[in-house]
Design a binder for this molecule. Sequence first.
Ligand SMILES: [Zn+2]
Length: 255
Amino acid sequence: MTLQIHQFPCLSDNYGFLIHDEETQTTAAIDTPDPNAILNELHEKQWNLTHIFNTHHHFDHTGGNETLKEKTNCQIYGPQAEKSRIPLIDHPLSEGDTAKLGNFEATILEVPGHTAGHIAYHFAKEKILFVGDTLFVMGCGRLFEGTAEQMWQSLSKLRRLPDETIVYCAHEYSAANAAFALSLTPNDEAVRSRKTAIDAARAKNMPTVPTRMDWEKAANPFLRADSASLAQALHMTGAAPTEIFAETRRRKDSF
Ligand SMILES: [Zn+2]
């Protein structure tokens, strides 16, 4: 029994995801960037939408909730802390709650920083993680509502998951993130080889999502704010990881 995952591009650089349990014929959309694209993909797959799992309130993640609810009467799950900002939410979720899809079960991780109530969906048994805009390939989400301290704690929480965890990020930002990472640590072999792989994939218009937690631990500067090499590269040896994280995020914001 496997959780089927169907990934497709949406809007300019979002990814849509449909996840499906064949036995119970249940299907969830992870966020709703574009309702028409999601309806088309559902039609192609001959899947019926039964659930929406929202990660945070931004419009490119919840903009399709109303249309999809109207067309399918699906149940909508999302963060309790953003309940008032997520259209038609039925099931508000907090840290440690579970969201079931047929035979499968996601545990909710609260990961504030990009927004104040952002959550991730962790299918622990399958080692699959949907992170919305918290963690990207070689990057992380901008700090729109949270502090650097909160985001570093959130990313540290994700980093503690098993190395082989497959990570589904909501945007294709990898090429720009890789260029930024290499600018920080130009002699880091893990960063350099990862950038080469990303550039090769993007040259063929292939997605770089999903990624793996161990790949990100090796080459994503935002997961490495406590590494000596990044501290040295920023001339911040001895500084606290939160300060190093904040400086890395500041530099990326104007890269
Ligand atoms: Zn967002």
